[in-house]
Design a protein around this ligand. Structure first.
Ligand SMILES: [Cu+2]
Length: 125
């Protein structure tokens, strides 16, 4: 019986608050990084990715004053051209991006001048 008690004490000693604090300290940066990444991802909400000849999302609604970023994840170049010439990016190579701030409300239909079947729409309210 005595050995059982001492064994339990030994097990309890392994889970001291001190050890928990060390685990928390070790996990803190990981959790912090995950939270930071989460807010980063939220800030990236107005990003349109270009992949496999497709703008994703194809239609995006934003508030006036929002900056939208197009990010080319495709392995071939694309660009972004507004049909009414409100904006026009340079040719974006892989992982290049283009940002445009929509200062006024409206519907902006755009396409890729290199592959005009690639189309998208930004609705600014
Ligand atoms: Cu294209």
């Amino acid at each position: 019986m005595r050995t059982l008690v001492s064994h339990l004490r030994l097990v309890a000693a392994r889970y001291t608050p001190g050890r928990a604090v060390i685990v928390a300290l070790l996990l803190g940066p990981v959790v912090g990084a995950m939270l930071a990444f989460g807010s980063f991802a939220a800030e990236e909400a107005n990003v349109i990715t270009v992949d496999n000849f497709t703008f994703t999302p194809p239609e995006l609604t934003v508030a006036v004053g929002t900056t939208v970023k197009w990010l080319n994840h495709d392995d071939i170049p694309h660009n972004v051209v507004d049909k009414n010439k409100a904006f026009r990016s340079k040719v974006l190579d892989t992982d290049d991006s283009y940002s445009f701030t929509f200062a006024s409300a409206g519907t902006f239909d755009y396409f890729c001048a290199l592959h005009p079947h690639m189309q998208g729409k930004i609705i600014v309210k």
